[in-house]
Every structure is written in C-alpha cells, then in structure tokens.
Design a protein around this ligand. Structure first.
Ligand SMILES: Cc1ncc(COP(=O)(O)O)c(C=O)c1O
Length: 391
C-alpha cells in the first residue's frame, strides 16, 4: 500500500528494502557481500548504489533510511552520508567545476560557510554571499557562470527565512541548480522540493535521527542528479555505516510525532518569552511579530522547534541565565528530544572578533534554544526561574 501520509511513510516506506521477515530490520554489520555467480557479481559491481556489494557503495540499512527520507521530502531519490557536512560537501562538489560561480545566503551553518569561503576558492570556484531575506539580491548577484544557489531556512541562529519558491523560480528560468538545507525545518514542517528546489540537504544528526546519538547527512532530489552525487560520495568516502543507518531508521519512525511536539513546545515557549519583561526580543517564525511571518505561513507547514531570544542585559546577565537553567542543558547541536541551549557569542568567540559577531547579528545577549519534547510547562518553568534569577 502506498500512502502519502508521513505517519505511514516513516513506518512502511523501507519495506521494499527489507528482505527479511523481521518487523524491525536486521543490522547489516558487514563490509562486503558474496555472489554465487560471475554474472551476479558483475551486476553487484556495476549497478550504481547497489545496497549489497561493498559498504562504501551502499548498505541495506542505508537504502531503508533513504527510501523513507525520499518519500518524506517528496523526492525521487535520497542518499545518506556520514554527516551533514559529508552530504553538503558531496552535493556541492558534484555540481560545480573550476571557473563556476555560486550564490549563497550569508547566514549559513558555519561548516557550509567554511566550505564556500575556504575550500572551494582553492579549486577556482567563486562565491557571492547575499542577504537571504532579499530575493532581488540573489538575482542581482547572478553571473553568466552561476551554477548553484545555496539556501538554508530557517537559518541559524536568528531564524531568518529564505523565500524558496521565489528563488527556485528565478533559478529554474536560468538553468541554475538550487540547494536548500532543510535541517531546522524538517520535511514535516517544510518540503522544498514541492516549492521546486532541486536538492534538499540535511544534517540528519539533528531532527531526523532525533535522539542525539548518531551523526548522519542526507541529500534528496531527482534520481539522475542523485546518481551523480552518489558517484562523488564513493570518491569522498563520506559513507554512513549500517548501524548508524539502522539508528536513523529507528529515529525516523517517530519523526512526525516528535516534530509535532517540538512545534507545540516551541510555540508555548516563544509566547511565554515574548511577554517576559526580562526578554528583549524573540526570534521565532511562528510569532506574528516575526518580520517574515507571512512567508512562514505560506512556506512552512509548522514553525519548528528552534528559536532564539535576547536576554535583557549583556553577556554576563545572559551567562547567569544560562547557568540558572536546571532542565535545559548547555550543549552544542540541536533537534533532539532533549532541550539544549547555546550562547552563540560564547560558542563562536574563538572564531570571530566581537565586531565580526555583531556584523552577523550575534549580540552578546542572544541565546539559541533547541526545544525538546519534555513537558512544555516544565520547560517554561525552568526558563522562567532562570530569567527571574538573573538579578
Ligand atoms: C543547518 C545545519 N546544516 C548542516 C550541519 C552540519 O551537520 P553535521 O554536524 O551532521 O555534519 C549542521 C550542524 O550543526 C546544521 O545545523
């Protein structure tokens, strides 16, 4: 039975890739597979992305995760990788050659920025960065040799949005490939391929895995393009192993349930923070005060579990707030069942000057919260007590 309901997809879309009778798929903890005949071996060795040839080329557990993710994203095909950065680097390296130009939004995950700013220029690829909220700036930055547009929405940590529909239409008219990092939104809240974006990438380390216990990445899109990405993946070697693919499938089973709870909890916390005298500003696309709220409503199906806010006071007051939290842990990463918080001005102090941080909109009193699936009242109480304890 085929279903387009995400709750059914996450439980059943892997079935054609599970040849055993076990309800939970077995883990293929092997590097290689035996063939009975020369013909069979030739088929295993030459069919692209064969799940049972050599694990750098594919694995049945990876094929299961890929079929679920492809159906969730509404993509023809998907490919898992060892990390989100493995997926992003592999996709980008597939699509550009020396002499090409990329247009990318300024606000991107730090690893993606490093790829574009530090690695690609060494191979003769130029990048222009633009404000993600300004569609005209993307268009103005295009050159005859622009091959790729890279977006990420909502972005980290200020929760700014990129108008994917507008960017995709502009790029399609010029035969330029588009990539959207859908990590923050998840395919439950946003499906870029439905908006005509070519490739979706994820850090599956975050919501798709969902339990802060695995590293993985995803590229999803058209079958022909994914086959090219796979050819790069087996060269770069950013392969996801069988056990982590199995864990990813296990995480995906509850993605729609978890994301619903993340959305509800984040909305409750955003409302609470917006009314709190110890808070200067809240950045959450589900608040009517978000400058792109109308875009959020037309582009997203839910507003997500990520938000950031500014504590009244400076760096020290913000640090006292962070230290006052009892349930919510001070930890990097996001998108898991546990609520986690970071103070970006502290986390990035070693990478950027104070001025550099300010230019990126990272004020000393900004905190980023990845809202978990604990009880909403308990989370609100934890935040409220820590805010009240600042002074
Ligand atoms: C939006 C986004 N994209 C990509 C990545 C990179 O993913 P990974 O750490 O799995 O390589 C991250 C990691 O934090 C991220 O937040």
């Amino acid at each position: 039975m085929q279903s387009d309901k995400q709750e059914t997809i996450v439980i059943h879309s892997d079935r054609p890739h599970n040849e055993s009778q076990s309800v939970s798929p077995p883990i293929f903890q092997t590097t290689t597979y035996a063939a009975d005949t020369a013909e069979e071996f030739v088929e295993m060795a030459t069919r692209p992305h064969h799940p049972q040839f050599y694990t750098r080329y594919g694995n049945p557990n990876s094929a299961q995760a890929e079929s679920i993710i492809a159906d969730l994203e509404g993509a023809e095909s998907a490919l898992v990788a060892a990390t989100g950065m493995g997926a992003i680097t592999t996709a980008v390296m597939t699509l550009v050659n020396s002499g090409d130009h990329i247009v990318a939004q300024e606000s991107l995950y730090a690893g993606t920025l490093s790829l574009l700013e530090k690695l690609l220029p060494r191979y003769g690829v130029e990048v222009t960065f633009v404000d993600q909220a300004n569609v005209a700036a993307f268009e103005a930055a295009l050159r005859p040799n622009t091959r790729l547009i890279i977006t990420e929405t909502p972005s980290n940590p200020l929760m700014k949005l990129t108008d994917l529909r507008a960017i995709a239409a502009m790029a399609q008219a010029r035969n330029i490939t588009t990539i959207a990092d859908n990590t923050f939104a998840t395919p439950v809240n946003q499906r870029p391929i439905e908006l005509a974006i070519d490739l979706v990438v994820h850090s599956a380390t975050k919501y798709l895995g969902g339990h802060a216990d695995l590293m993985a990445g995803v590229v999803a899109g058209k079958r022909e393009m994914l086959e090219r990405v796979w050819n790069t993946l087996i060269i770069l070697g950013a392969t996801l192993n069988g056990f982590d693919s199995w864990l990813l499938v296990r995480g995906l089973r509850t993605l729609p349930l978890r994301v619903q709870k993340h959305n509800d909890n984040a909305a409750a916390i955003a409302q609470f923070l917006a009314a709190h005298p110890q808070v200067d500003a809240v950045h959450y696309p589900g608040l009517e005060t978000h400058p792109q709220y109308s875009l959020a409503k037309t582009q997203m199906h839910g507003f997500g579990g990520m938000l950031s806010f500014q504590v009244r006071g400076g760096y020290a007051a913000t640090d006292r707030f962070m230290s006052g939290l009892k349930l919510i842990a001070r930890a990097a990463s996001l998108g898991g069942i546990h609520s986690l918080i970071v103070h970006p001005a502290a986390m990035w102090a070693g990478y950027f000057s104070e001025q550099g941080l300010l230019e990126k909109g990272i004020l000393p009193n900004l905190v980023r919260l990845s809202v978990g699936i604990e009880d909403a009242d308990d989370l609100v109480a934890d935040i409220g007590t820590a805010l009240d304890g600042i002074n």
